[in-house]
Write a protein that binds this ligand. Structure first.
Ligand code: ZN
Length: 1033
């Protein structure tokens, strides 16, 4: 991988607008030269200072709207910010902007030992101090073990003030000297300990617990108050004062009645439900440029009227700023998440296929953009002006058509490429390799037959299943049988090729022992038509498990396996896909041999990135070869220990393939999940040998690409294959001004080979608005797409940057985006108010969920392979999948209405939403949990599990029994609904409240403080608020 491929995405290391000595510029994550200037240099008149007269105000400062938070009035009046002479001390003394400073200290780290008491509002009585995750003793850092013992003792309690009472208080009382309102001014942390409401009142709670023996107070380096990270003495104590609750609270026992209602902070459930209520079930037409579509969780019918459906393209904002200065000021990434082969529901129109015969598609002579609704016909229809580069082109004679009185071609509505956002072209031979029509693709099944796979029955399971799934190979709609050919290889230390030619009585095996330089021992009879060779293939699949039954071979190769598959496709001159079923670290002597290099000591150091990088470059160059021959790799992993996913996953990741991972695979528990994945992967819609090009109108261009892709140059996205679930996230940058009149136009063209062997072009067009008003930009944002972008850019950066730096940048950019809004678009209000744009109400929450993902959390408890795996998954996700992945769906099953087929309304992912009388289903796209409260109604337990009580429920199951009761049917139907349209089969885990397995489940309650670290939503909001206040100062 060239370093260039991982250049950090611009917004991350931009200078801080408003801090402005050095011009804002883009650069690498963590590049110190790009670090922003110290906050002490903040100039209010900087870029942030430009007020925006046309700004659309959020629904007013006054009433406690769901998007507005301010400091408590009592507090604010008692401790007005003006009491601080000038800027807060933190700014004065801080030599630099701490979060950006390279440092080995833990950064934005879980506020492990701090409680989550927060207070945000100016809304006086409406706002009370709340404690999040009450009843839960925060773990001490590094020892999450005991946590399970202590934190699960009680049933979940609703947020109660009681945690603040002596006794239940998890924190030691603050030292007296810091308590009184009359305490002398101290460095920032001390201020917060006093409960003084400085503009940065909340930082302390983000600091991990102090190391034992560290002294409190005086030694606290002031600039660290601006940092999230350094473990400082007093961190634990300061949290109390960290909340603007007024000094009185600090002096005595906490006042339980003051509580910030968790319902008053923006709820993703509310956002989802509101969008559903206003736009669900309706027809959404794409005729308006820059129109923000319904969010991904809303079901509606999409009608293409000139712009690509949001199923194909979603943008972080549907209104681009006119100038790059504006873009840098707001720091909102300008990006599109493109899913070119997205599945379209049956009630929407499939793509039209345009065939111009030998003429091929009509394209602009200069920029090569394809004919589309953005081309303007002139001169009576003899010429057209390209909407992308403005070049005036002649209309080819075969394509001429007269114009009507408004200058539109008479055949406007007859030609998909003139009136629709998305359509396909039949490609001519010019678009084919060697100017020859492509051969239909082939699937090669490659089974690891080493000892353990034979022993545990996996090989037999795979062979049995293949007999069924091969009947369902994908085919063109009009065809009767699939054109896809199939081939079979088994391997351990050596490779076995099989001849399954239809005229053979028995399959023949050829062994290749020279794994150093793999060759394909047979061409004729290796790749065959399944229907023709069915009996030989079945014969082979029956024999394979027996064939290796006596093998004691434990060692495997891996790179030679991919090499062999790729060479076979190359020899057959066809694109294709390898299905590899693999279990172990490939330690046999061969190219791509790996050693166990899992080193937990690297976690939370600058070398942590090594864990995500492949340990050899063999796989990268292999991936490159695969892409150039249209060979995609789907990898099914069955690891019982470390297998180095970071290395093994490189080829699937770069070839548009997918990795599936089944830890400690157990036949009776996991086979259903695996088989569903296998069927789905074989049957899903897919294009092969694909090249994607994103063109834009003048003034901006695509600069960075994220996905399961490979790039040989800076513009062409190459994919050995691309399926219906894969999305490429594309970032755009200005290179000139954009015009409000013409907007910003995007055309994504994917050249590919269909499963039937046709070469086609799939075109998606999207027009966005442009504005010189920042408020318009914020109004048109889509949070789910933003999170997709941030996740992918951060996960890409993980390979090259310390995680600490990445986390800090994420937090900082969150604050920056919101601060810019606050400064330029929100109405006049107290500085202490947190004001969020309507379109980004849950942006901080989702960013916190991203920060808490195991990839970005530097915790040794989490398996290295799991982190590498999730990193690779997210890189290819579309917006709907990343939304669910970062914010799981939590459904109260006990409220299921058996007469109503609709899903129950989801609840927020927090322990406080659970009840011990309840049963809840949680899904995130990879996992599904059924959580049973200790007092679950026995009749419900009976209806679902067919056992008399909670105690009788056997949690060792991954499939629910078919009890036949309405509840059982309804629940299983609900689970199927959640599973639909998801690329991965979710494994079901039954979790009983207060049992050990609840630990795993709780990691998905993403609004709470994480078990392995990561702030609660409330804490994070306070943290961001504090950052914003600093920026505004
Ligand atoms: Zn052009």
């Amino acid at each position: 991988m060239s370093q260039q491929g991982y250049v950090a995405t611009p917004p991350y290391s931009q200078s801080q607008p408003g801090m402005g000595l050095s011009p804002p510029h883009y650069g690498h994550y963590g590049d110190p030269s790009h670090a922003p200037s110290p906050p002490g240099m903040v100039k209010p008149a900087g870029p942030l200072g430009a007020t925006n007269p046309g700004a659309v105000l959020p629904p007013g400062a006054p009433p406690p709207g769901p998007h507005q938070f301010g400091q408590n009035g009592a507090h604010a009046s008692g401790q007005p910010p003006q009491r601080f002479p000038g800027p807060p001390p933190v700014n004065n003394v801080a030599p630099s902007y701490a979060p950006y400073q390279p440092s080995t200290q833990p950064s934005y780290l879980p506020s492990e030992a701090t409680s989550s008491v927060t207070h945000l509002g100016t809304q006086l009585s409406a706002m009370q101090i709340n404690n999040y995750g009450s009843g839960m003793t925060p773990p001490s850092q590094g020892s999450p073990g005991p946590l399970s013992a202590t934190s699960f003792q009680g049933p979940p309690r609703p947020p109660q003030p009681s945690i603040l009472q002596p006794g239940s208080q998890v924190l030691p009382p603050p030292p007296t000297v810091l308590n009184g309102p009359g305490a002398p001014p101290l460095p920032p942390t001390a201020h917060r300990q006093e409960g003084l409401p400085g503009p940065v009142p909340l930082s302390a709670q983000y600091q991990p617990p102090p190391p034992p023996g560290q002294a409190l107070g005086a030694g606290y380096p002031p600039q660290q108050a601006a940092n999230y990270g350094p473990q400082m003495a007093g961190a634990q104590l300061s949290y109390l004062g960290g909340f603007p609750t007024g000094p009185s609270q600090m002096a005595g026992p906490p006042q339980p009645q003051k509580k910030l209602d968790p319902d008053s902070i923006p709820s993703p459930i509310q956002v989802i439900e509101d969008d559903r209520a206003t736009r669900g079930g309706q027809v959404y037409t794409t005729n308006i440029r820059g129109q923000v579509p319904p969010i991904v969780t809303t079901d509606c019918v999409i009608q293409d009227q000139g712009n690509a459906s949001p199923r194909y393209i979603r943008c972080t904002t549907y209104c681009f700023p006119c100038t790059s200065d504006m873009a840098k000021q707001a720091q909102i990434p300008l990006a599109a998440v493109i899913k070119p082969f997205a599945t379209i529901p049956s009630n929407e129109t499939p793509l039209y296929l345009v065939n111009h015969g030998e003429n091929g598609p009509v394209r602009c002579n200069r920029c090569k953009a394809y004919m589309c609704p953005f081309m303007q016909f002139i001169e009576g229809g003899r010429k057209y002006q390209c909407g992308f580069c403005n070049c005036i082109n002649d209309v080819p004679p075969f394509y001429f058509q007269h114009l009507d009185h408004i200058g539109r071609r008479l055949d406007h509505y007859e030609k998909p490429e003139l009136s629709l956002g998305s359509y396909e072209y039949v490609a001519t031979l010019d678009y084919c390799r060697k100017n020859k029509p492509p051969n239909p693709p082939a699937f090669i099944f490659m089974i690891d037959v080493s000892y353990s796979n034979i022993k545990n029955g996996l090989v037999k399971l795979i062979c049995e299943e293949l007999k069924t799934v091969l009947e369902k190979l994908p085919k063109e709609e009009q065809e009767e049988t699939s054109a896809i050919r199939v081939g079979f290889i088994t391997y351990n230390k050596v490779l076995h090729f099989f001849n399954v030619k239809s005229n053979l009585a028995q399959p023949q095996m050829m062994v290749v022992t020279d794994v150093g330089e793999v060759f394909v021992p047979l061409l004729d009879g290796f790749l065959v038509n399944y229907q023709e060779s069915q009996s030989v293939i079945h014969n082979l699949l029956d024999q394979i498990p027996e064939m290796f039954a006596d093998s004691n071979e434990n060692e495997t190769v891996f790179a030679p396996v991919i090499q062999a598959g790729m060479e076979a496709l190359k020899a057959a001159e066809c694109p294709g896909k390898l299905f590899i079923f693999h279990s172990s670290l490939p330690t046999a002597d061969a190219p791509g041999k790996l050693k166990n290099r899992d080193d937990k000591k690297l976690v939370n150091t600058d070398k942590e990135k090594l864990l995500f990088q492949p340990q050899t470059n063999v796989y990268e160059s292999l991936a490159k070869d695969c892409v150039s021959h249209g060979c995609s790799v789907a990898l099914f992993l069955f690891p019982s220990q470390y297998v180095d996913v970071a290395s093994l996953g490189v080829v699937p990741q770069l070839t548009g393939g997918t990795i599936y991972k089944y830890n400690h695979f157990q036949m009776h528990l996991d086979s259903q999940q695996f088989l569903k994945d296998l069927r789905n992967d074989i049957e899903k819609k897919i294009g092969f040998d694909a090249i994607m090009r994103v063109r834009t109108s003048t003034g901006f261009r695509a600069t960075d690409f994220f996905g399961a892709i490979f790039m040989n140059n800076t513009t062409d996205v190459e994919m050995a294959a691309m399926d219906c679930d894969k999305a490429v996230t594309v970032e755009f940058k200005h290179d000139d001004k954009l015009s409000e009149d013409t907007g910003a136009l995007i055309q994504c063209a994917v050249l590919y080979t269909t499963i039937g062997g046709q070469r086609r072009l799939r075109i998606h067009n999207l027009g966005l608005k442009c504005s010189s008003q920042l408020a318009e930009l914020y109004k048109s944002c889509e949070t789910d797409a933003l999170i997709n972008f941030f996740a992918k850019s951060a996960f890409k950066a993980v390979l090259h940057q310390p995680l600490k730096v990445i986390r800090e940048i994420l937090v900082n950019q969150t604050a920056h985006i919101l601060a810019c809004y606050r400064k330029n678009c929100a109405g006049p209000s107290a500085v202490s108010q947190l004001i969020l744009p309507e379109s980004m109400k849950v942006f901080p929450l989702y960013m916190n969920c991203l920060l808490k993902n195991c990839v970005l959390l530097s915790r040794p408890e989490i398996s290295t392979d799991e982190r590498a795996y999730q990193r690779q998954l997210v890189m290819a996700m579309g917006v709907a999948d990343s939304q669910l992945f970062f914010y799981p769906q939590l459904l109260p099953i006990h409220t299921l209405d058996v007469k109503n087929t609709e899903l129950p309304a989801a609840v927020r992912c927090s322990e406080s939403r659970l009840s011990e009388e309840g049963i809840f289903l949680l899904a995130n796209g990879l996992n599904m949990f059924l959580w049973l409260g200790v007092s679950s109604p026995p009749e419900l337990i009976q209806a679902i599990f067919n056992v008399p009580s909670f105690a009788h429920v056997n949690t060792d199951m991954t499939l629910l029994p078919e009890v036949g009761s309405p509840h059982s049917q309804q629940l299983r139907m609900t689970m199927n609904l959640l599973q639909q349209k998801r690329p991965y089969s979710m494994k079901l885990t039954i979790v009983k409240q207060r049992e050990q397995s609840e630990m795993v489940f709780r990691q998905f309650l993403v609004e709470d403080k994480g078990l392995y670290g990561g702030s609660s939503y409330m804490d994070f909001l306070c943290c961001v608020h504090k950052e914003i206040c600093q920026l505004l100062n």
